[in-house]
Design a protein around this ligand. Structure first.
Ligand code: ACO
Length: 379
């Protein structure tokens, strides 16, 4: 096959690989729907639990459906002791490596592991959604020499995570904000990690394989790792006056401003819009408005780039929100993961229900038909 006969789509840019009912994105106007519902309505009015239900079962729950679903999530929060032992063994690793390893190991304890039916995959998706915060919080405590905190059934996913991370009763406003943050991260088309999860599912591997793949792909700084990098940048900048020279120097050296740019959004990332106002309000509430001011200045310096479609993305503001909640910076991507497991599960089910092996091709550009020499003839 010669280069002329093949139309290369490097990075699969603008390639549609299938149909989906999970989410809709219009990158030109910055519109995001989960199963038909606008992210703006969901972020302002729905809990993460409602959104998990929406993604997994296709519509928003009634009150009684939500009550039963919340009870199911709560009943699945605890981890087998062996998983806690694994976390203790690898406590020095990055939290995403620990989460990926623990999720993978949970396959050994899941009664449905070999069952790829929709019903079993839903059960596993609920279990992994419920277990992920317990893994992350337990690891964060174990590595500090503390004991894991038992889940509190009176709290929702977000509040319970803060409780398991810090102990005690979470600040209700922090818990509400984290709940909204989970809603905003729950699903997002065939981004790199969802694509990874779908590729795993397309081989008819099970949900634990697919979620483990999703976690692996999300970790990179070009994807979910950007939130941590943005906060590192804000800390390095240190104060508002330094922001402009810092960004100009970075750009003049060919660097990228983390938290800016998106493969699909070319005008506005609707998730960033919500988190921007939340980051501002949280900074004021915590008496630390400086991080918002620094990031706001970075954003102003980047303004000319918006004409080229390089705008703030979801990760630009989320890091400062987690930082102000005193969450360690290497946990930021794990929080993204806790929000995204329902989206991955929804897409894995779609993949299973109308499966086709995801197997694109590569255009070979290396040498051809070389003369083979035995090892003694190679000089
Ligand atoms: N800062 C400066 N310039 C940028 C940035 C940025 N953050 N992002 C893209 N550009 C420039 C590139 O240098 C390139 O310029 P050129 O055409 O002059 O070479 C042009 O914009 C296009 O960039 P691509 O890398 O081709 O765009 P792509 O769609 O492949 O990349 C990506 C998207 C990876 C997100 C990119 O914008 C980036 O690296 N951003 C920083 C990391 C980040 O914030 N990631 C989180 C994304 S959101 C999420 O995953 C949840």
């Amino acid at each position: 096959m010669t280069e002329k006969k093949v139309e290369l789509q490097r990075g699969l840019r603008d390639v549609y690989i299938d149909r989906t009912k999970s989410s809709f994105i219009d990158g030109d106007i910055g519109k995001l729907l989960y199963r038909g519902y606008n992210i703006d309505d969901l972020a302002e009015n729905s809990s993460f639990e409602e959104v998990i239900y929406l993604l997994l079962y296709g519509d928003l729950p009634t009150r009684s459906q939500l009550d039963a679903f919340e009870a199911e999530l709560k009943a699945n929060r605890k981890l087998p002791d062996e998983i806690l032992d694994i976390i203790r063994l690898i406590k020095g690793a990055h939290p995403m490596d620990v989460l990926r390893t623990a999720v993978s190991a949970l396959a050994a304890y899941d009664p449905d592991v070999k069952d790829n039916s929709t019903e079993a995959t839903l059960r596993k998706g609920v279990r992994l959604t419920a277990q992920a915060p317990t893994i992350v919080a337990a690891h964060a405590r174990i590595r500090e020499g503390k004991e894991p905190v038992e889940p509190d059934d009176s709290l929702n996913q977000a509040g319970n995570f803060l409780h398991m991370l810090f102990g005690g009763t979470p600040d209700p406003e922090d818990a509400r904000l984290l709940d909204k943050d989970f809603v905003l991260h729950a699903e997002h088309g065939v981004n790199a990690s969802s694509f990874g999860a779908r590729v795993a599912a397309s081989t008819v591997a099970d949900l634990h394989c697919a979620i483990t793949t999703g976690i692996s792909v999300l970790k990179g700084p070009s994807h979910g790792g950007a939130a941590e990098e943005v906060m590192k940048m804000a800390l390095e900048i240190g104060n508002e006056e330094n922001a402009e020279p810092y960004v100009r120097k970075l750009l003049s050296e060919g660097g990228r401003v983390m938290g800016f740019g998106h493969r699909v959004y070319k005008a506005v990332d609707p998730r960033a819009k919500h988190l921007r106002s939340d980051a501002k309000a949280l900074g004021e509430r915590k008496g630390q408005p400086k991080w918002f001011s620094i990031l706001q200045t970075v954003s102003e310096v980047m303004e000319p780039y918006s004409r080229r479609g390089i705008c703030e993305n979801v990760d630009f503001w989320s890091g400062s929100i987690y930082y102000l909640m005193e969450i360690p910076d290497d946990l930021f991507i794990s929080i993204f993961t806790m929000g995204r497991i329902p989206g991955w599960t929804s897409q894995v089910i779609e993949q299973f229900e109308n499966n086709i092996l995801l197997r694109p091709r590569l255009l070979y550009v290396g040498p051809m038909d070389l003369e083979y020499k035995s090892i003694d003839q190679r000089g």
